[in-house]
Every structure is written in structure tokens, then in C-alpha cells.
Design a protein around this ligand. Structure first.
Ligand code: SME
Length: 158
């Protein structure tokens, strides 16, 4: 079945409010996590035109590149490395207003200026992270963290 995203307009909050129920209905009847991550990355990108939006999944002691939208990216990130590996290690959302000021930031793309990484869980364990990059500094705030964590909960497993 073809899926079309309703155009989200207005403030950041209004766009997330339009997007979230659509993401919920996109993923509710699909059990495959890769398929759901792929559509979530596409929906986020279509709505916000970020520089990069996608997932890394935990495999052993590394994060491995998974569905994304945007330019080519690093394929593997170690536990505690970069923003993604730190969000995994600390099991929490990390907002980075200025990537140059984050010690150990991994520059997959020199164009990225700010970033947010949100963990996805299987039980209490981090199973993956959602990573979003912007070419604008300070692009992400508590509103992004709030809504992206709601999206993360939709993709997380008990
Ligand atoms: N900047 C991330 C690496 C992933 S890319 O941004 C897609 C990091 O420091 O973990």
C-alpha cells in the first residue's frame, strides 16, 4: 500500500503533533524493525528536511548503521564513542548544540553543526539509537527531545 505523509506545517511543535499520529499508524501493523526504522527516517526527513536522520542498532559491542536518510555515514561506532556511543552508554537522550564543543564527536559529515541522539530500548537495554544531524547550530532543543523520545517509545520493545 502506498503511504503519503500529510504535510506538516507551523511551529516545530505543530509539525511534530501532525507527524506523530502518522508515524504511529505507519508502524502499528508492521513488526519488522528495519521497515519501521526506514519509514520513520523518511517521515522525519520529509517533515523537517534535516541534514541526516537515521538509526544505528546495537550489535555486540558496536553500533551498526541502519536505515537512514541523508548522505553516506560511518558504519560502526564503538560503545561510549561519539555522540551516538555516549547516548548508548548513558542510556539517555543527548542534545549537542555545537558538535565542535562535544569531546569525541564523530564527524561523519563536515556539514553537520548540531545533533540529537535518542536511545531505543528493549526492556532496560539500549537496542538502537535515533540520530539526527542539522547543518544549523543549536537546531535541537527540549521540544525535539520530547517528541523524538515519544517516537523512540513507539519503536522500543518491552
Ligand atoms: N556524529 C555522530 C556519528 C554519526 S553521524 O552523525 C551520522 C556521533 O558523534 O556519534
Amino acid at each position: 500500500m502506498a503511504e503519503t505523509l500529510l504535510k506538516a506545517e507551523g511551529s516545530k511543535k505543530e509539525r511534530y503533533e501532525t507527524l506523530l499520529p502518522q508515524i504511529a499508524s505507519l508502524i502499528e501493523n508492521e513488526s519488522d524493525e528495519i521497515a519501521n526504522m526506514a519509514n520513520v527516517a523518511a517521515a522525519l526527513m520529509e517533515t523537517f528536511r534535516f541534514w541526516w536522520a537515521g538509526f544505528y542498532r546495537v550489535k555486540g559491542n558496536e553500533l551498526v548503521l541502519s536505515p537512514f536518510q541523508g548522505p553516506l555515514a560511518c558504519t560502526r561506532i564503538g560503545f561510549g564513542k561519539g555522540v551516538c556511543g555516549t547516548a548508548w552508554k548513558e542510556a539517555r537522550t543527548i542534545v549537542v548544540p555545537d558538535v565542535d564543543a562535544f569531546p569525541g564527536h564523530i564527524a561523519c559529515s563536515a556539514a553537520s553543526r548540531s545533533e540529537i541522539v535518542v536511545p531505543l530500548f528493549r526492556g532496560k537495554e539500549v537496542a538502537a539509537v535515533l540520530d539526527i544531524d542539522s547543518e544549523q547550530p543549536r537546531a535541537f532543543d527540549d521540544t525535539d527531545a520530547y517528541y523524538l523520545e515519544r517516537i523512540s517509545r513507539m519503536l522500543s520493545r518491552p
